[in-house]
Structures are given as C-alpha cells and as structure tokens.
Design a protein around this ligand. Sequence first.
Ligand code: SR1
Ligand code: MG
Length: 395
Amino acid sequence: MTQYHSNFTRLTNATAIILAKKLGLVDADANLSCKEIGDGNLNYVFHITDTATNNGIIIKQAVPYAKVLGESWPLTLKRAAIEANALIHFRSYCPEFVPQVYYSDEQLAITVMEDLSHLKIVRSGLIAGDSFPLLSQHIGEYVAKTSFYTSDYHLEPSAKKEVARQFTNPELCKITEVFIFTDPFFEELPGDFEVELTDAAKRIWHDQDVILEVAKLKQSFETEQEALLHGDLHTGSIFASETETKVIDPEFAFYGPVGFDLGQYTANLLFQAVSRNGAGKEEIFTQLDEFWRSFEKTYSELWNTHNKSPFRHVTGYLPYLLTKFKRDAFGFAGCELIRRTIGLSHVADLNVMEDKETKIAAKTATLKLGALLIKKREELDVPAVIEWIKQQTLT
Ligand code: SR1
Ligand code: MG
C-alpha cells in the first residue's frame, strides 16, 4: 500500500476485498475475485465478484493526484465525496439512469456502488459498432431531469444556492478551464497532435473570432450557475446496453451552464459521426436528433408541470431558454471537439482510426467543425450540423 498522508491509504485488490467483507456488502464466506479495471484518467476502480454467483460490486478510489498526469498534478481527494453526493443527488431525480451508491468514505476517498458490468462503456461500444437504440433518448431525459430539478425553476433559490455551495468544485473545474478552454487555443501552451495537423491548428490559434468566442464560453463556464451539472458527460462516462443506460463518474459535478453537459455529449457523438461511413454515420445522426428532441421534450414537460417560478407562464420564456441552452451547447461542443484533437486528452474514436490519411482528414474535420460551432452557435441547428458533416469527404 502506498501511504500519502495519515488518513489515506491506497487500496489493493486484497484490501478492497477485505473492505467489501467488512461493509457486509458481500457474503463473508464467499470466494471473491478482484480486478482493477479503471481506464479513466483520474481514479482506480476495483471490480469485486463473487465467483459462485457472479454478483459484484464496484469500489472506486480517488488518489491525491490525476492518475493520467502523475503526482505532478496534485488533486483533491474531496472529488470522491463530490462524486458520491452527485450520484445520490442525480439518482433522486432519475433513478433509472444513475447507479446506486452503497457506501462512501471521504477520508479514504472511496465510493462503493452498483456493479454495472453487464453493460458496456458507450465509447468502446460505439467504436466496436454496437447499437444502443435508446441511448440518446435516455441521455436527453437524464440531462433534462437533472438540469431542471436542480435549477431555480424547481428549487427554492436559497435552497439551490446551498446545494451549489456543497458542489463547489474548484480543482476539477480548473482541469476543464485549462484542458478545454485554454491550452488548445494558444500555440505556446501544451498540446498534442500529429504534425500533419499543424496548419489546421494554426488556423484556430490565429482566428481571432474563435479566440474571442472561446473567451466568452470560458467565462460562461466559470460564472453561470444554472444547474447541477455532471461536468464530464462524454461517452466514456456512460454505461449502456440495448435497453439500459447509466451515467457514471460525476466527479466534475458543479453548478454551471446547462449547455455544458449538452455540449459534451453532442461533441462526443460528433466524433463518431465524423469517423464513421455510410449507415454507421446515419445511425449517429439519428442519435443526435433523438438526443436533442428528447432533451427539449422532457425539459418542456417539466417546465409545464413542475416549474415553481412566478414567470413560468410568460410567453416566450421557455423558448428563450431552450434557444440559449442550444447556443451554449454548440459552443461548448466546439471547444470539446478542438481540445480532444489538439489538446492533451484525446479520444479513442479518432485515435483508433487505422488509415493515417483518413484519420488526419477526420481530425481536420473535427477542428473545422469545432471552429464553426464556436463561431456560428447562434444560427446553427442539428440538421445544419448533420448537413455540414455529410459534405465532408475523408479521403
Ligand atoms: C487530466 S484529466 C483529462 C480529462 O479526463 C477527464 O475525463 C476530463 O474529461 C478531463 O478533461
Ligand atoms: Mg471520468
């Protein structure tokens, strides 16, 4: 075990099993196996299985630094408590889309939760060509419910401010501010991309309209407190099957602009849309369309039935808000497309493409689409984005 400070000890497979038994979450006499399965950037994830019944639990542990960056980027252990609390909060609004938390320990930075190993991480599934027919409808509902129920339209404003206080998350927000909103937009700051993308990257760095709009989006991320966000809603944060969808990993949760969650999910579908061909591309266009329809439908229903604001019946208020969410989302999606292409944290959707020329063409397209979404976010809509992608040829 590595010792970091007096109250924190890193789990091993053996101590994870001891903990599961001590908590009474598994049969004390069971024969248990444990595997560290964390493939994310920040944490360790232990999957404990009863070898006789195949029933399992997950123990997730944060360490006091970003796993992917090493001990040079210290990171608060409080993120484990934020994640556990966010899961509990989100599950109270949509239990169908959020795993159950069985136990959490702030000192050890541990969250013990429902085993989702019968589902697949959506990013890997989409790359493998799996189909998740209900995925985007579910995620649209999830974002609508979590963003409506945690907003001033549902919570009493002072209660909302108290929740926002509990979810103050400066260190994780800083990762987003640096990795998504800053580094990728300045030539002299850290980045990681193929030499063939240099001209496309320079076009972004030298486009003052892009840079100005990113500054506005970053300011919106830093200052708007519309709702409790997941904060990292990419396809690696979602487990799914043909019928079921679960959103995991809300350690970046904070009060922010609703468009940020909408934009992250949209961008991560767009990576698939750009990298696929033919019928595969069409499937992702359908997902995009269903996501936005489902979000707007669910949000509008909640607005009409559960809104406590005295302004709820004012003509034009709901359409104004939906338009704002879409505009913000497209801008944030543009930043995500660019940062995953020339920033430090890439996505497998693009990186697994085998043919180099096709990969560079796809990455060039994500950079162009990113800039377009950032600059034209007011006027674009989903059909226009789909049409733009259809016009691109990757070879
Ligand atoms: C250092 S962490 C890099 C990225 O991984 C997380 O999932 C977030 O997306 C973050 O930006
Ligand atoms: Mg994560």
